[in-house]
Ligand binder design. Sequence first.
Ligand code: GLC
Ligand code: CA
Length: 548
Amino acid sequence: MNDALWYKDAIIYQLHVKAFLDSNADGIGDFRGLTDKLDYLQDLGITALWLLPMYPSPFKDDGYDISDYLDIHKHYGTLKDFQEFLDEAHRRNLRVITELVINHTSDQHPWFQDARRSPSSPYRDYYVWSDSDQKYSGTRIIFTDTERSNWSWDPDAKAYYWHRFFSHQPDLNFDHPRVREEVIDIMKFWLDKGVDGLRVDAVPYLVEREGTSCENLPETHEVLKEIRRAVDAGYPDRMLLAEANQWPADVRPYFANGDEFHMAFHFPLMPRIFMAIKKEDRHPITDILRQTPPIPPNCQWALFLRNHDELTLEMVTADERDYLYREYCTDPRMKINIGIRRRLASLMDNDRRKIELLNSLLFTMPGTPILYYGDELGMGDNIYLGDRNGVRTPMQWTGDRNAGFSRAETAQLYLPLNVDPVFGYQALNVEAQLRVPNSLLKWTKRILTVRKKHRTFGRGTLEFLNPSNRAILAYVRKFEGETLLIVNNLASTAQPVELDLRRFIGTDVIELLGETKFPRVAEHPYQLSLTPYGYFWFQLASSHGARR
Ligand code: GLC
Ligand code: CA
């Protein structure tokens, strides 16, 4: 486990402790339950877990509103339960990534409670106060459905406080050295326990300056570099992952010279994958990747199709947004803020071919893939639940009572189970899918096995081929003498393609999922026929090479 670049070869599984398994029948998943399910995760083939916030919180933003950074929420267990979980994960060679939510605290955090009481509180300057709500007026509002302003009046403090998210999440003041020290202490507390990586929430918004958008400011990068220096000084094999929902050119500085973040999500790519499959045209994907600047060698993109939030449409043009709303929001309930609150399988109309194709993209494009819990089964969403809860329902283990998730009263579950005729747990669950050789779960396991055999997927270069058929997205990935060729058909109909592979003349073409030999590359264009939404993962091996 001591390769410092482990995150480049990782396959990350994102989950919420509350959603996985309830061990004590109170209706809420917990660390003991999760520990019991580590064998499932190991067997699935993922290599790292990313846990959503697990700290004490009033849960007005599902735990992203933290009231104590140094403990575990009592619903989920104790610090000891967490340590046991972490040790058991490590024993199975699974790394663990947790959340560092530092842009804001909950308004219930003792710092804010003290700060609001008096201007002379030692915590007053931990937050951003003003007598007027007109400062920083160039700053956009993120939660457009619920918030009217980034300022809220606090009657106790008799002042306005700054918040980029919900009004119950006051922003911390990173101009204050004590705040930066506190954040580093919190980070060390978890790194000392053995946490392998931290997803740092909402990083573009740490520092505010008049006359700017208050996003991606140089002062914010300074704070983040200070955090990175603390990691490098004491914890050289750990990883920092940036949540910066920004354009590629604005995310690039978060990697700096390889001395800020190790990883960052590629937010703009994600909606363009959904656009490309609807338009049956590769250009949305190739355009955004061409606009993506190169990153330092020790850095890596984090790729995802879906997560615990809405499918955000902030990083697309107004026309593209209209298009995606029209195509994917058949019911206005599916919209939230600037995005779509649905799961992968429902967005793909439960079409197995489309689900596989999108995963084929996720697992072969340059970066580290992140799977959202339940998407390995094709779980659906529940658009009748509030906020983003529709994609946060309990994991579906079996067709038994409460889907095998909990022995509590059904009414006691933290959210209702999905009981839809198609996506409901009675029909769609782990137990059933383990019995069927061709289930999505079994397919996911197979594809992860293949992916893990080739470091080229995580580390290799990318070069697009340009066949005249725009429905075909084909690319070459290269790393240390290995060459892979990936060909995807974005169309709902069978498609032919001719690829110019002349520079590979004489090499064998081996399809990796079935280990089938295809015709060798010759002078003439390489011809392939793809089934609707079909995909090929090929290895191009010199005929004299080891794979003969
Ligand atoms: C991040 C989280 C989101 C949360 C927000 C505010 O964007 O992904 O779930 O609501 O931060 O903390
Ligand atoms: Ca429980």
